[in-house]
Design a protein around this ligand. Structure first.
Ligand code: F6P
Length: 357
């Protein structure tokens, strides 16, 4: 008999259900008496003891369903060691519930913050297996996270739709793509959507370079331009500030997001009409694309195999198209960022895409 707890944590994405289905199906194939506890709303459910006993049928028909059937929440890692408002020791509560429910293992689907807590629980003695979830594709130790390609499709579609209206009106359009700390999603959607300028958190921009690129297009008789801008895009000037100075500057900033600031600067410096589009959380919604369904199923099956072999303390990741176990200690606390010197950036620059540097 195996009793396994499933938990989805942090921002949701399209392929969470497909991944849980992959784990569950493989476990049900192996054991006739496996019990799966669906821990509700991420670590919150583990802290406060909320779960639902799942049946095999709960995992049927969810391959194509976005979101997560067991809910999620954000529980910041840096506050995990702080007692809650009623003085509850959250880490102790999670360990107590794990033991009280008689779990053999905790299966955690999540992003970077989630992995820090998962690693902590593993170090505290719980059996933990994790799966890399995020539209940001920024988890260390895996070439690909599930959710990323589905989000690339949506962000690309937004840029595609903007193309026609931008061309008709001869306007500059900014499409703001999700990603505060890393720019994978913006980079891929930008290239796929044919953006002329791509601004990423990893490559601080100079507005003068952006304006120069726009003016070059004008001179070439191109009536419109499209910028794919990451939520976390940052100017060279701001990147040179200390954390404290940047925080104070941002607090005083009246723009709703970086794209609006860039938009105003472009309008003032070029006289061109600028419009901003923010697809926002649509990028995390809807059904998973076929690519995500495949890697979710593969990752899920591989995670179940680790449970069957009682090999705990690992994340399953994709490396050179093979699924491999990666020690949680290697994953936790590290971000996989876009390298400004990587070949994808060089190739994009070769295509004439401006990164504002
Ligand atoms: O981590 C996924 C992500 O969608 C980021 O790309 C984005 O910056 C953030 O979550 C948004 O968080 P929230 O849903 O809490 O607003």
């Amino acid at each position: 008999m195996k009793r396994v707890g499933f938990l989805t944590s942090g921002g949701d994405c399209q392929s969470l259900n497909a991944t849980m289905r992959g784990v569950a199906k493989t476990l049900y194939q192996k054991y006739s008496d496996v019990e799966i506890y669906g821990i509700l709303e991420g670590y919150k459910g583990l802290i406060y003891g909320n779960y639902r006993k799942m049946k095999s049928s709960d995992f049927s028909g969810i391959l194509t369903e976005g979101g997560t059937i067991i809910g999620t929440s954000r529980q910041p890692f840096k506050k995990m060691r702080d007692p809650d408002e009623n003085g509850l020791d959250k880490v102790k509560a999670m360990k107590d519930n794990y033991k009280r429910w008689g779990l053999d293992c905790l299966v955690v689907l999540g992003g970077n913050g989630t992995h820090k807590t998962a690693n902590m629980l593993s170090e505290e003695g719980l059996n933990v297996v994790t799966l890399p979830k995020t539209i940001d594709n920024d988890i260390w130790g895996t070439d690909m996270t599930f959710g990323f390609q589905s989000a690339v499709n949506i962000a690309t579609n937004a840029i595609d739709c903007i193309h026609t209206t931008a061309a008709s009106h001869g306007r500059v359009f900014i499409v703001e793509v999700m990603g505060h700390k890393v720019g994978w999603l913006t980079l891929h959607a930008g290239i796929a959507g044919g953006a002329d300028i791509i601004l990423l958190p990893e490559i601080p921009y100079d507005i003068k370079s952006v304006v120069k690129a726009l003016e070059k297009r004008n001179k070439e008789g191109k009536r419109f331009s499209i910028l794919a801008v990451a939520e976390g895009a940052i100017s060279k000037e701001d990147a040179a500030l200390s954390k404290k100075e940047l925080k104070a500057k941002r607090k005083a900033n009246l723009f709703p997001s970086i794209s609006y600031q860039i938009g105003q600067e472009i309008q003032e410096k070029t006289g061109q009409e600028v419009r901003i589009t923010v697809p926002g959380h649509t990028q995390r919604g809807g059904e998973p694309c076929p690519y995500d369904r495949v890697i979710s199923s593969r990752l899920g099956a591989a995670a179940a195999r680790l449970i069957i072999e009682e090999k705990y303390g690992y994340m399953v990741g994709l490396k050179d198209n093979e699924i491999v176990p990666v020690p949680l200690g290697e994953v936790a606390g590290r971000l996989k960022m876009v390298d400004p010197d990587s070949s994808i950036i060089k190739e994009a620059k070769g295509l004439g895409i401006c990164f504002g540097d």
